[in-house]
Design a protein around this ligand. Sequence first.
Ligand SMILES: [Zn+2]
Length: 634
Amino acid sequence: MLDSLQRLGKQLDFFDNIIKNPNVREGEERYLVRVVFDLDEKKVSADPRKYQQELAKEYLWIGNTFRAAREKVARLTTDNLKYLMESTDSGKADKTQWRFVEENLISNTLTLIYDFRQKGLSTSKMEELGEILSELERTFIKGSGTVVFENFDEHLKRQAVLYTVCVRKSGELIELAKHEGYRDFLRLVIGMPGDVREGTCHVCGTTTQVLLDPAFPSGSLLKVWTKDKKGFISGPSESDEAILSTFAICVKCRDEILSAWGYVKQKLNLPIANASFNAYLIPAAQEPLTKDILDKLSSQVKDAFDAVVSYDGLLKFEKALKDYSEKMLKESWYKLTVVFGKPESAHFRLLSFVQDVPVTDLHKLREQIRGVSNKACSFFEESQKSWYLGFSEIYRLLPLRKGGRGSELDWQPLVELFSSMLSFSPYPRSRLIKYAVLLARVYRFQLFDIYSNIPKPKARESDRELCRALLKFNYFFKLLEDMGVVGRAESEVREGIPIIEWESDERLRKIGEWFREMGYSGLQQGLFLLGYLVGEVGKAQYDKGDEKKSILNKIDFNGMKAEKVITLSNQILKSLRDYRLLTASNERIYYHAMKLLNKHLDELRVNPVENAFYLLSGYAFSTYIRLSGGGSRD
Ligand SMILES: [Zn+2]
């Protein structure tokens, strides 16, 4: 992950992500004031430029301080003149008298350059800048009383948004913020070397001056990463040596990684599950790209990922498809690392990450999701959006418990599942089945307060939503089985899908179609058919005023052992008789259910939770088709 970030960072302009823009509205007349120290004529004057957004970058305006407000301001471009000098005006006529403040930004900059020199971090360009600044300091600041600041009138004072330090020497104007030495200087200031010493950089491997503490900004992934590294330090010691031997980074690597992370946060960051957390996409670029191509590819990869997240994302992706260059992507941006995390005010919470996802896998995943969602929507003749199975929808299928701290959900199970999907790697079937049955419990027993990611339906809709959720879960299973992420049921006998021929009846034909679509095994079909009859009985009970459908109490939502299934089958037969539901088709369903259950009696003993899932799926099917008008209500 770090090497991917670093490769990206090498392609970025370090300053791109940290430039600030003064708050200037379109069309407003504002100025950047060049404060010109004329070394030839020994005078100071204002030379304004009309402010445009490009100027912030041109003069490297990055804010007065980087980490803490109490930090001494050492900048050559600032938004406030008070860091350089103050007016001595006491309301009298002469308003051009100014004096330098004690801790002025020029002297502060010089002090830091001196520090860097001491640490062996200074560059020749920085030394050059330092020389100009010392001459300036000697001439104007040291021991001076007041100076006249020419050309800086009340009007300009009001309209100025930025100030930048310049000198005029031998008739030539030098804008110091554009001096190469100033770029070197800022990189170091932001790099905050703190304490450096000779060591080996753990990122690039060179022996050079390394930082004892990389001091990545709080609220970034990098902070988490280095903390983890420190966690590996052997022994109780947190001494410099221990840290140094575990994680040391040189200023250059730190800069590159920092700018890459800035870029990812800006351009390759997607909210998931209604912005409860984000996915950050870190590209593994093969070769240096121009900024334009990099930006273009970033937006394409982001779109491709978004299509995996939500149906709206899919639509957007398809709209953008004509500009899409898969070839370019494959050649220059083969893989990416996906980081799931949650930015919080003071820190970043890393949830999980998946390394080396080939971009082509994103496309494969999207096609699988689209395929299965299409099947679902044509089966139930409903909109594609309501059956889409992107990450944001899957979030509504996996009940997540509130963590120990009370309000926060435990995201881990969800991001683990996403990680498996992104890497097409195995996810335990039994765990998924447990979630499916838990989902049914959330609806049946109204546990929405505990599992608050499952939206609470209106009371009247509750049964319908339970059914829809379970059917959707069937498609989700199908998706993961097709992807090879989840294996088929352990109990399944490899005998192919038993085909029941019952084309005569529309209702039964639909069941047959469902079995083919889902690829149910014999046992699963038997359980489903029994569950289907639970739905029939439940409907009759509902019509007679039993809104809770007491037949559902015969299903243990935690799991159905074989004996319980047998008892249920007897109960169903009795209820079918009691409610006069033994029609020809129900009789045939019952017959097939019993035949299949008896045939697979041994398998029925294997996994009670799976039994419950397929029973409930049958119930859901019968009820949902009826409620959504797929069959008449009577
Ligand atoms: Zn390095």
